[in-house]
Design a protein. Structure first.
Length: 62
């Protein structure tokens, strides 16, 4: 049974491409994490995401 060396070379190239893509993706993740703005808030300051909310049952939307 003869083997086809072309298939092996193509597979190696695919594996190299996948590894390179993984490295680039990891670098993009690191860069995105570094560039993310860090918001420092004091503990006394209310959370803007929770502003306007009140505990208990909420009023109906309609």
């Amino acid at each position: 049974m003869p083997t086809n060396p072309k298939v092996t070379a193509a597979k190696r190239q695919r594996e190299r491409d996948k590894a390179e893509k993984r490295k680039e993706k990891e670098l993009r993740r690191v860069e995105r994490k570094k560039s993310k703005d860090v918001v420092e808030r004091s503990p006394d300051e209310p959370d803007p995401d929770l502003a306007g909310m009140r505990p208990g049952p909420q009023a109906p939307l309609y």
